[in-house]
Design a protein around this ligand. Sequence first.
Ligand code: NBP
Length: 488
Amino acid sequence: MADSSKLTRIGLAGLAVMGQNLALNIAEKGFPISVYNRSTIKVDETVERAKKEGDLPLFGFHDPEAFVQSIQKPRVIIMLVKAGAPVDQTIKTLSVYLEKGDCIIDGGNEWYENTERRAKAMAELGLQYLGMGVSGGEEGARHGPSLMPGGSFEAYKSIEDILLKVAAQVPDSGPCVTYVGEGGSGNFVKMVHNGIEYGDMQLIAEAYDVLKSVGKLSNEELHEVFSEWNKGELLSFLVEITADIFTIKDDKAEGHLVDKVLDKTGMKGTGKWTVQQAADLSIAAPTIAASLDSRFLSGMKDERVEAAKVFKAAGVDDIFTDQVVDKQQLIDDVRQALYAAKICSYAQGMNLIRAKSIEKGWGLKLGELARIWKGGCIIRAVFLDRIKKAYDRNPDLANLLVDPEFAKEIIERQSAWRKVVSLAINSGISTPGMSVSLAYFDTYRRARLPANLVQAQRDYFGAHTYERTDVSGSYHTEWFKLANQLKL
Ligand code: NBP
């Protein structure tokens, strides 16, 4: 271990996957770091790794007091423990040794209101608090994550030099970190990032399903297709790893591993929070909601197996004829459908962030958020540069769909998108993300919707009143009475 007689620049508590790797990253960038974990074995493991990975300036502590005392004042401690009660427990353990001006940064996927509650409690003790979204998983944490710090600007400034160095670096775009805003905005933005991630993964899975089930593409062909897509407008971490997945052979039996993976998707809650927040703020986020619903339905594996038997016996397949498709055309159409649906999904996520920013007065900069997602994080993609440029062109853009560049791209792809959704429907393949994205687009772009009828129904049975298209004001009609008079 390197010389531990001097005080370190920063501390990190919580040495599971994320904490351990972020601590090594910080040490590698030349910032001496103290580390601590509730179970001491992880401390020893981290110290061992620091030694092996280049005698990095990382110092392990089993005792929380010694850990805190080893950090230079004002102290900054990043916490990377499981969200919820473990965060409160870790704060309790450490705060007794902290002094006025010291700062704790929660790097976990925490609910933003918990961060705001803790920041308030800490402020009463003279302590500072930040909630910082960290994205990129194990690799990102070790070699450059996307960081979304929010809370006290002063606290952010005190460690900005560290964050700028440990974050992912994107050529011509800079480090993937920015001061997000006040309060729990860092956690909120990370939450929506994860919701968008759900949408991306769902849309990719649907593209795979259509290509495999309708186009009958083999895993080798799927690898080729996704690799090719990763050279163009869809270039992204998720498309890249998808291409990789199709190459992995099963080590326990014949065939590819992907075909043996049980079709049940897990989740930890940030996608659900995103959809709940969208509903609370009256923001339509159907693509993200569809991806969450798909995870719920995927979890009902036994029920689906039984339902498949019932509907097979009842002749569900009778209406499906084998679709004759031109493989190359299908691949090209699916690529376009995936891209167009993705634009809708990001539009929804960005609208949600903006709505929350207005509600809380955070002043979040959407273009800057797109910039810090260009590298390090799970949704990193060249596409984010287009989003950044759209908000640079017009920071008050009502919706990404109406940015002239994105509008043009959608129009160019809409025919392929409609073809893919129709093909999937006629083949009995569910593409909820692509379909609902198309419905979002078709709803948003229409000046007149059938909402007039819904409002008339509401006024009919509940006297909820309605507005008119031609004269201002609020109106109520005795629909029932008038309809009955006409029946006489
Ligand atoms: P986990 O979310 O699996 O949490 C494990 C850590 O929490 C360990 O250090 C554990 O200590 C500590 N912990 C627990 Br559990 N209960 C505790 C308690 N009562 N008191 C003190 N410490 C406690 O770790 P992770 O996967 O590294 O994620 C850390 C945070 O980062 C989470 O909020 C996560 O959602 C977020 N995140 C994770 C990823 C990812 O890819 N894994 C990506 C982005 C963000 P112990 O060793 O003593 O049990």
